[in-house]
Design a protein around this ligand. Structure first.
Ligand code: GLU
Length: 286
């Protein structure tokens, strides 16, 4: 069993983990500034990790822009792989070996299973009662499929899902929102951890990196609460202690919709261009 004792040995370690699929908006800034505030209050370390595994949607230009926007918003991170100069961020696309190791370990413990279902197969097999919040609950088609892979490469070339403990309630205390409960098999089903193109899913990559980087608290948006329940299961299967969690409320527009790229006026670039004071904007309850 690997116990991550980072809490005691290294003090508070937090991270901000943007995905460079577009320009950052006010919601990102608010969450990241909260992450910075919590790291500073704890006299801890904050690091920047660019989550750029989705090769189709992530663009180099967005990575450059987000670093510029983060700096403008007053964010600062103390750690990156290149400690010689200004801290470069960690970049997930450089960290394939870390993810592969975790995938192998999950495989060895029998926590995951290979799956040959396409998205369409799942859609066809799932009837309305198995849907939760728009998410399709995987109906278990491949749970008992155990092919003999003749090489590591052929095993890597299929999708793999985490087998959730059906009926179990995953409970955690969020530092901001209090107690949270999600039902495995009810609120979420067997989730993807590995894709047949050799790229890990967000859930696996985030957990693998949070462990490798000794993260003690994860500060992120409320939209990831359900992911937290999934990730807690991954920690358990890996024999690691999960960090604590602080989920921030999402910033909404006037009609109550989550901010997205369409909200250009609330993009950090636009706010900067208009010369609006970000702190004032964030301070007025937005
Ligand atoms: N990269 C994720 C996002 O931008 C955040 C992941 C996390 O903080 O765990 O939504």
């Amino acid at each position: 069993m690997t116990k991550i004792g980072a809490k005691k040995e290294t003090g508070y370690r937090g991270r901000i983990a943007p995905t460079p699929t577009g320009f950052m908006h006010l919601g990102h800034a608010k969450t990241f500034l909260k992450a910075q505030e919590r790291a500073r209050e704890a006299e801890g370390t904050l690091l920047l990790r660019v989550e750029d595994l989705d090769r189709e949607r992530c663009k180099e230009e967005f990575t450059g822009a987000l670093i510029e926007d983060l700096r403008w918003a007053g964010l600062d991170w103390e750690e990156g792989p290149d400690v010689g100069g200004a801290c470069e961020p960690y970049t997930q696309s450089d960290r394939g070996e870390v993810f592969r190791k975790v995938w192998k370990s999950l495989r060895a413990s029998g926590s995951i299973f290979p799956c040959r279902c396409s998205r369409k197969d799942v859609q066809v097999a799932v009837t309305a009662p198995h849907e939760s919040g728009g998410e399709l609950i995987y109906p278990g088609i491949c749970r008992d499929w155990s092919p003999d892979f003749d090489s590591e490469e052929s095993a890597e070339a299929v999708n793999w899902r985490f087998r959730v403990p059906d009926g179990e309630t995953i409970e955690f205390v969020d530092e901001n929102l209090g107690i949270q409960r999600f039902g495995a098999g009810r609120d979420f089903g067997d989730f993807l951890v590995w894709r047949k193109d050799g790229i890990p899913s967000y859930e696996l990559a985030a957990v693998a990196d949070d462990i490798a980087m000794g993260i003690t608290e994860v500060v992120r948006g409320e939209d990831l609460l359900l992911s937290t329940a999934r990730q807690i299961l991954l920690y358990r299967s890996l024999g690691c202690e999960a960090p604590s969690y602080y989920h921030c409320p999402l910033v909404l527009d006037e009609s109550g919709r989550r901010l997205a790229k369409r909200h250009q006026s609330l993009g950090l670039r636009e706010i900067r261009r208009r010369g609006v004071d970000l702190a004032a904007l964030l301070g007025d309850g937005s």
